[in-house]
Design a protein around this ligand. Structure first.
Ligand SMILES: Nc1ncnc2c1ncn2[C@@H]1O[C@H](COP(=O)(O)OP(=O)(O)O)[C@@H](O)[C@H]1O
Ligand SMILES: [Mg+2]
Length: 135
């Protein structure tokens, strides 16, 4: 059974907000005792996903949650926007695929940096990306 120990929501409306999300995720990872490598993994993923929320989703929100199950603690990040959505999720996850002139590595990279990763999206209505990194 998963328990949510703490939850915080942050707006993502600007590049400064992306930096603030990064810093908040770093702080929480440190407070949970994540090692440097694991901190970097969750912080990098958070930064890529926040950037996507801003650049592709037109801005949105992230919920940062501290989780605990029987064996370990973790961080869950839920990014939500009401942008154009993603019509073909497997294609969006493919390395090198971009609609925005980026590198096209953010979504697939974030998935590889996560223990659990889930995208739900409705074209025209928005996107929700949920990731968990356990300690
Ligand atoms: N929140 C989002 N809303 C709409 N489309 C998205 C979102 N996140 C990702 N995408 C789509 O998935 C593609 C791949 O994302 P990503 O791998 O991060 O590459 P990049 O951001 O460099 O384009 C994006 O180009 C975009 O088409
Ligand atoms: Mg990206």
């Amino acid at each position: 059974m998963i328990r949510v120990l703490n939850s915080e929501s942050m707006e993502i409306r600007s590049s400064e907000d992306v930096v603030t999300v990064r810093q908040a995720v770093r702080r929480k990872a440190v407070s949970l005792g994540f090692g440097l490598v694991d901190q970097t993994k969750v912080v990098t993923a958070s930064s890529e996903l926040a950037r996507n929320t801003l650049d592709h989703g037109g801005g949105g929100t992230v919920h940062v949650e501290i989780l605990e199950n029987e064996r370990r603690t973790g961080i869950r990040l839920i990014f939500e926007d009401q942008g154009p959505g993603i019509a073909d999720i497997p294609r969006a996850l493919t390395d090198g695929y971009t609609t925005g002139g980026g590198m096209g590595l953010g979504l697939g990279g974030s998935k590889r940096l996560s223990h659990e990763f889930d995208i739900t999206s409705e074209p025209g209505a928005g996107t929700r990306v949920c990731m968990v990194r356990w300690k």
